[in-house]
Design a binder for this molecule. Structure first.
Ligand SMILES: Nc1ncnc2c1ncn2[C@@H]1O[C@H](COP(=O)(O)OP(=O)(O)O)[C@@H](O)[C@H]1O
Ligand SMILES: [Mg+2]
Length: 249
């Protein structure tokens, strides 16, 4: 069950952000979408969960066409898609356990004991066991990101979307998050899309990398293919050399 994005166009007023994006995250792989700030990475993720509406093109999550879902259908679809927000987006007035439990409380037929058990499992998976009674302000940046991840996996989604999971973290903490993304794929068998401007994070956590540039996917490949690509736009990003973009169309 993959995520399929086909010829997606999306503009804000006259500003074209997505200009025919086609990309696939295959069943049980993690696809990284990289690109400079403002490239449209977050817009792409929001389109996948139906928070933004492309003017053209089709997005499918498994066999569901996102643009064709009713309001209820969209709610059901989102229960199967965990979303790890860029800034963790935890509720400051709630404990970590209550933050993680949020999605679970909406499930029918789940008991309080069932919720407690699942919260414990999820916190253990992201290595935050024992911190359930803390408040977000009492956690470090990396711990908050992990709590956001625990919340995203609580309802056992088939799909996981990560928006800049390592941004704002020091390199060591970022590496911990990258390893967790790999674990989520391997242990929970999720299909994932992670968007990032951090190429090294993409190398560590993803099976394939797609580069979003100028509103389209400029290149898709494995880390090795990325490193050896000859396209000047890819090279400029890989080598951190903006001058390589001069004269590129
Ligand atoms: N709700 C919105 N209204 C108007 N412009 C937006 C909105 N959301 C994003 N944009 C614009 O779309 C472009 C891509 O944004 P975004 O997807 O957030 O970039 P990034 O790749 O850094 O995640 C930016 O120029 C941004 O200003
Ligand atoms: Mg963004």
């Amino acid at each position: 069950m993959g995520i399929y994005v086909e010829d997606v166009h999306l503009s804000f007023g006259t500003k074209v952000v997505l200009d025919g994006v086609t990309v696939v995250a295959n069943n049980r792989e993690t696809l990284a979408v990289i690109g400079p700030s403002g490239a449209g990475k977050s817009v792409l993720l929001k389109s996948v969960v139906g928070l933004l509406h492309p003017s053209r093109g089709v997005i499918r999550v498994g066999d569901q066409v996102v643009g064709g879902l009713t309001k209820d259908g969209l709610v059901r679809m989102r229960q199967d898609v965990g979303y790890v927000f860029q800034f963790a987006a935890l509720f400051d007035s709630m404990t970590i356990a209550d933050n993680v439990a949020m999605g679970l409380r909406r499930l029918e037929g789940i008991t309080q004991a069932g919720i407690d058990e699942r919260v414990r499992e999820c916190l253990e998976l992201v290595e935050l066991d024992g911190l359930d009674a803390r408040y977000p302000s009492e956690l470090s940046g990396g711990q908050r990101k992990r709590a956001g991840l625990a919340r995203a996996i609580a309802t056992k989604p088939t799909y996981l979307l990560y928006d800049e999971p390592t941004s704002g973290l020091d390199p060591v903490t970022g590496t911990v998050i990258d390893r967790l993304i790999v674990r989520m794929r391997d242990e929970l068998a999720v299909t994932g899309i992670m968007v990032t401007h951090d190429l090294h994070s993409a190398y560590r956590s993803a099976d394939r990398i797609a580069m979003l540039y100028g509103g389209r996917i400029r290149f898709v490949g494995t880390s090795d293919e990325f490193r050896s690509a000859t396209d000047p736009v890819v090279r400029s990003f890989v080598e951190g050399r903006p001058e390589l973009l001069e004269g590129v169309t």
